[in-house]
Design a protein around this ligand. Structure first.
Ligand code: NI
Length: 202
């Protein structure tokens, strides 16, 4: 003999459906920007570093701005200059009021050589509002871990060495969480289009 599902069963079932729906609606919206790369795990977090003017800054030092974060080192022969030029080019391709909502940030993976003064000279070459951040080796290790950045010193010379490093650009929302990651192969146009989707449609 078939038993009719009890009211309790129906209630539980509806509750389950409601939970699924809430989960679906609350999922992070991923914009499929051509050239953007998929990432897993959490990226970013609280950091305290020193900017190119010697000021102590944190991840909360640019309230209301989207942070566009790139890691590298000033002695980098080509990867970093290309990456930073691409960021500048992407910002220049956007309407001015959109670009004004973006804070581009360069974080060194070579704190032993990249002093605040050295960074000041360097970031000025690329974009007027580009900020350069350095810190103690421990501070830099922490922020590298938070962004899952790979960086490895090459060679034994104390002063003349290379640093192999990953070269992703991270778009962080003003409230903190990661929105999108662009790779070295993402073009300036793709990056500009991707950023505009997040900044202009919200
Ligand atoms: Ni580099």
């Amino acid at each position: 003999m078939k038993k009719r599902p009890s009211t309790l069963a129906w209630t539980l079932c509806l509750f389950g459906v409601a939970l699924l729906l809430v989960g679906y609606l609350a999922r992070p919206e991923k914009v499929a920007t051509p050239g953007a790369v998929a990432v897993s795990g959490s990226i970013g977090g609280n950091f305290t570093l020193t900017d190119q003017d010697g000021n102590t800054v944190t991840n909360k030092s640019w309230p209301g701005k989207y942070q566009l974060v790139y890691f590298g080192f000033t002695h980098c022969p080509d990867v970093c200059p290309l990456g930073l030029n691409k960021i500048a080019e992407a910002l220049n391709k956007m309407p001015k009021d959109t670009a004004a909502k973006i804070q581009p940030i360069f974080i060194t993976v070579d704190p032993e050589r990249d002093t605040a003064a050295g960074l000041k000279e360097y970031v000025g070459l690329f974009y007027p509002t580009l900020v350069g951040l350095t810190g103690t080796p421990q501070q830099i290790e922490q922020v590298k871990d938070q962004f899952k950045v790979y960086a490895q010193k090459q060679g034994d010379d104390e002063k003349d060495y290379m640093v192999n490093h990953s070269s992703y650009t991270y778009l962080m929302s003003p409230k903190g969480p990661l929105l999108e990651v662009y790779s070295h192969d993402t073009t300036a146009q793709e990056m500009a289009d991707g950023i505009r989707k997040w900044v202009e449609e919200q």
